[in-house]
Design a binder for this molecule. Structure first.
Ligand code: FE2
Length: 362
């Protein structure tokens, strides 16, 4: 391999398009403990949308909503519902990354442009990935505004629950297309494949999925990709693809250093988590051995644990955060393991299927 032509420093932010950004911002502040930092909208000179920047640790979420029916955002929302539009990368040189990506076959979403205001300027460009999802490239040397040009400071402090950064972001892609998108991340963005799970690894009586984990050169960006596999009934991936009307981001995993505290607070704030059946805990100790945390807390808060050769991880998944059974969040703490909790998938699938059945989608 030659030099990395598209060196990605980190995820700059994740932008969600939602039906009502003002209310969504309130939800992410009150439920997840984000702080509102900046705002762009009519009052800042935008005519077509309103956007709110929320932060916790190094996690940045942008919530955007259209202000009229006549633009592409509205039809996007009608089709897909609330969800992730853009996983934006912080890079050294947005123009060069964009040029290299296009050269390697990426589809243009937005040509390179300079965005400026009184605080300075930022370079921006964007390419398409799966579904209607984009990857923006953002570079700035000494921009000193609250976020990006056009935003003004609009601080409302939240009560953080200890979320530090985006650990990974999972995409659900069409049946038979996992290799195509894994190839896109490998060939266009220079990612390498870390893990591969077949439908035999991840299946229950009813549904199955296949998964590949793609990772950026510096290891800081991890994008597992799921594709539905044939099961006896409709898989959770198919349910997502139906209700999202195509591929998209399935979940965003947020890392914490104290999952007990985080889940305690999130539950107190009213965040709904996937129900984990009681019998999961009956066999847990045997499956994962000794862990630092108190098993009583783990059971009480319904946290999942998985172990591999390198260590273990603790995780829990929210229910979808909108009415469609699409985007959800994962809270994760790592104790040596660099995995994704695939050992939990079988136990989890059974829990997910109970909820799918309750929605009439199994
Ligand atoms: Fe995950």
């Amino acid at each position: 391999m030659g030099e990395d032509l598209i060196p990605l420093k980190a995820i700059h932010h994740v932008e969600l398009w939602v039906g009502n950004a003002k209310q969504a911002a309130y939800y992410y502040r009150q439920a997840f403990g984000f702080s509102q930092v900046a705002y762009a909208g009519l009052e800042t000179g935008l005519r077509d949308r309103a956007s709110y920047l929320l932060e916790q640790g190094r996690v940045r979420l942008v919530l955007s909503t259209p202000l009229s029916g006549g633009n592409g955002m509205s039809s996007h929302l009608t089709q897909h519902g609330d969800g992730v539009r853009d996983v934006a990368f912080h890079v050294e040189d947005a123009d060069a990354c964009f040029a290299a990506a296009i050269e390697r076959g990426a589809k243009v979403a937005s040509e390179p442009q300079t965005l400026s205001d009184e605080h300075g300027s930022v370079q921006h460009a964007a390419i398409h990935t799966y579904g209607d999802t984009l990857h923006s490239f953002i570079s700035h040397d000494n921009y000193n505004g609250p976020f990006l040009p056009g935003y003004r400071a609009a601080p409302i402090a939240g009560e953080p629950v200890g979320l530090r950064f985006v650990d990974h972001i999972v995409g659900n892609v069409e049946l038979g297309k996992m290799d195509v998108w894994a190839g896109f991340y490998a060939n266009v963005l220079g990612f390498s494949q870390q893990q591969h799970f077949s439908d035999e690894d991840i299946s229950t009586e009813y549904s199955a999925l296949m998964s590949k984990v793609m990772e950026s050169d510096n290891g800081r960006i991890k994008f597992p990709l799921n594709e539905p596999a044939k099961g006896r009934r409709k898989s959770q991936i198919e349910e997502y693809l139906d209700f999202n009307d195509g591929p998209g981001v399935q979940h965003i995993a947020l890392l914490t250093d104290d999952i007990i505290k985080a889940i305690e607070k999130l539950r107190a704030n009213g965040v709904e988590f996937l129900h984990v059946p009681d019998d999961y805990y009956d066999t847990l100790q045997k499956r994962v051995g000794a862990i630092d945390e108190d098993m009583a807390d783990i059971r009480r808060l319904r946290i999942l644990v998985d172990r591999d050769e390198e260590g273990y991880l603790l995780q829990l998944f929210t229910k979808p955060v909108e009415d469609r059974p699409t985007l959800f969040y994962e809270i994760i703490q790592r104790k040596g393991s660099r995995g994704f909790g695939y050992g939990n998938f079988k136990a989890l699938f059974e829990a997910i299927e109970l909820e799918q059945a309750a929605r009439g989608n199994l």
